[in-house]
Write a protein that binds this ligand. Structure first.
Ligand SMILES: [Zn+2]
Length: 174
């Protein structure tokens, strides 16, 4: 199931279109739509004690589940500006990215027709602000790595899973 599969009419002029796998061409007006993922920016915010900040989602999809703070980019918005804006809106915190972490592909919801998301993830640190859950977040919490909820209770959890693997503490005992 792809983004354009349900398209039967051009969104600009209303003429009938037959989408191909990755694009829909309107013969009437020349409009072309591409089946691209929706870009988002998220942060792995870690404090001086090594705890990580998770947010609880207020709305569907994944309502009530824990999540990394972040969100979708505006049309002309740089991903790092989106990262700072989303963190400010959702958590009240000013953050600065400290390191690029990775790009992740994920469906936005469990519906088979759910939109594909290109999730751009940075490590980040808090530089100011007062923590306050707001916008599409109902709760904020800092988790030590041994206090994290099971990954099944975390929405779109792959970046967190990779972070946990990479940050695995060195075992000193033989
Ligand atoms: Zn058209």
């Amino acid at each position: 199931m792809g983004l354009l599969d349900d398209w039967h009419h051009c969104p600009r002029c209303g003429a009938p279109v037959e989408p191909a796998a990755d694009r829909a061409d309107c013969a009437a007006c020349g409009y072309v739509a591409y089946a691209n993922p929706a870009p988002a920016a998220c942060a792995l915010v870690v404090d001086g004690a090594g705890r990580i900040l998770l947010t609880r989602r207020a709305w569907e999809p994944y309502a009530g589940m824990w999540d990394l703070p972040g969100g979708f980019l505006g049309e002309d918005e740089h991903p790092l500006d989106a990262l700072r804006r989303e963190l400010r809106e959702e958590t009240g915190l000013e953050v600065e990215p400290t390191q690029w972490f990775g790009a992740f592909m994920v469906r936005y919801g469990d519906d088979p027709g759910a939109r594909w998301v290109l999730n751009l993830v940075w490590a980040a640190k808090v530089t100011g602000g007062e923590p306050q859950a707001a916008d599409d977040v109902s709760e904020l919490r800092w988790f030590a790595r041994d206090e994290l909820p099971p990954l099944e209770q975390v929405a779109m959890a792959e970046p967190l899973a990779v972070w946990l693997e990479q940050a695995e503490p060195q075992r000193l005992d033989p």
